[in-house]
Design a protein around this ligand. Structure first.
Ligand SMILES: Cc1cc2nc3c(=O)[nH]c(=O)nc-3n(C[C@H](O)[C@H](O)[C@H](O)COP(=O)(O)O)c2cc1C
Length: 387
């Protein structure tokens, strides 16, 4: 049982000692300060999304439209947010969602390692992206005692896919999250306006350029040529023909728990279950891929179809209150996306730790003050629509 709200007390104690906080405590301030810290095209890549961006705005608005029914005098003085997920004992049901440009977004240029260190410091697991700035083995070496998960963008080259998966297994990642919604890129006007895309500039390709299979595909004389790596990456990254028929192969290629990310429909959950997956990850990729899939609205149907399978959720979580609402709608664990990325932009590991501790403290206090001592008490009927 962790007292995440102690973080707030710590801030006040430091204040008494004359140490004023340097990091923000609301998402809007975090966002504004992060924007100052990041060059405009990278900022637009991270903050922007698909089309008119109504989907990502809708993700946030969907949380705002829900209220929590408060209960008094029910003894919520101690809270228990611990959860068992795929054999991992976690102090909270919160994790860091994969962010492909974390490496360059971070103020130290090594954001994946910064996030791994933040995971070690907070117990919040990291789902490391395929698109890392440092190889997945080096990232795993910084996770401390906190388990990590590896996210796979399945390349159109099966040997390369298997190589990445087996490297993740050997490096000690505890689950494989396969992202299904990014077999090609969403329509992103902000990136189009700049005419830039980070990976095409070479960002986040360390897992490819450290991979024997990937390197073997490059002509010998171009193995050290970054432009050749980018060309090769652009050719293998997406897999438009990946289908449910390939799930048997994916399932058979790893002994790790297998989780499918990007599921928003009950019928897809049923297919995933039939394919023997271990978890469902309901997400609309933060409104960056398919526009207009309201992930939070779909969460209850996904949870119902998932039965006893754990359901991970992300998209639009901006506060500890949002975490509680997603849990009440049936999520087993809740992913933080842009907020911790912005923390990385402000202060690498320290920035991420600050964001995570703030979110955990707010989650804890939301449960405390609304009278819910355990996440097992969070059900849909504690929520009500707010006009
Ligand atoms: C800059 C950025 C990069 C991302 N890269 C990845 C990625 O490499 N793999 C992946 O599965 N999802 C990726 N995502 C999606 C996140 O995992 C998550 O679904 C999303 O950020 C949730 O929305 P939110 O940030 O608005 O809360 C990325 C999101 C952002 C903002």
């Amino acid at each position: 049982m962790s007292n995440f709200s102690d973080f707030q007390l710590g801030v006040y104690l430091e204040g008494i000692l004359g140490q004023a906080p340097t990091m923000p405590f609301t998402f809007s301030e975090l966002e504004a300060q992060a924007q100052e810290a990041v060059v405009p095209d990278l900022w637009d890549y991270v903050a922007g999304g698909a089309g008119d961006e109504h989907t990502q705005q809708g993700n946030v608005a969907a949380f705002e439209r829900l209220g929590i029914r408060p209960r008094m005098l029910v003894g919520a003085g101690q809270r228990d947010q611990s959860v068992d997920l795929f054999g991992m004992s976690l102090p909270s049901p919160v994790f860091m969602a994969p962010i492909g440009v974390l490496g360059v977004l971070s103020s130290d240029g090594h954001g994946d390692i910064a996030a791994a260190k933040a995971a070690a410091a907070t117990g919040v697991p990291l789902v490391g992206s395929t698109l890392m700035q440092d190889p997945l083995e080096e990232v795993a070496a910084n996770l401390g005692q906190t388990p990590g998960m590896f996210q796979l963008y399945t390349p159109n080259d099966r040997e390369l896919a298997v190589s990445l998966i087996s490297r993740a297994e050997s490096a000690g990642y505890r689950a494989l999250v396969v992202t299904l919604d990014t077999w090609t890129l969403g329509y992103r006007p902000r990136d189009l306006r700049h005419g830039t895309f980070p990976q095409l500039g070479g960002a986040g390709l360390a897992n490819y350029t450290s991979d024997e299979v990937f390197l073997r595909r490059l002509p010998a004389e171009r193995r050290d040529d970054p432009a050749a790596a980018v060309e090769q990456w652009a050719g293998v990254f997406g897999n438009p023909t990946l289908s449910w028929a390939d799930l048997d192969w994916l399932r058979g290629s790893t002994s790790l728990p297998l989780i499918l990310k990007g599921i928003c429909a009950a019928e897809d959950v049923r297919q995933a279950r039939d394919a023997g997956v271990d978890g469902i990850y309901c997400s609309n990729h933060g409104g960056r891929q398919a526009a207009s899939a309201p992930a939070l609205t779909f969460l209850p149907e996904v949870v119902a179809a998932a039965g006893d399978l754990p359901v991970l959720f992300d998209s639009g979580v901006r506060s500890g209150v949002d975490i509680v609402k997603a849990l009440a709608l049936g999520a087993t664990a809740v992913g933080i996306g842009r907020p911790y990325g912005y923390g990385a932009a402000l202060g690498a590991t320290d920035g991420i730790v600050h964001v995570l501790k703030s979110l955990l403290a707010e989650m804890d206090l939301t449960m405390a003050l609304n009278g819910y001592a355990s996440i097992t008490e969070l059900h849909p009927d504690i929520l009500l629509p707010v006009p």
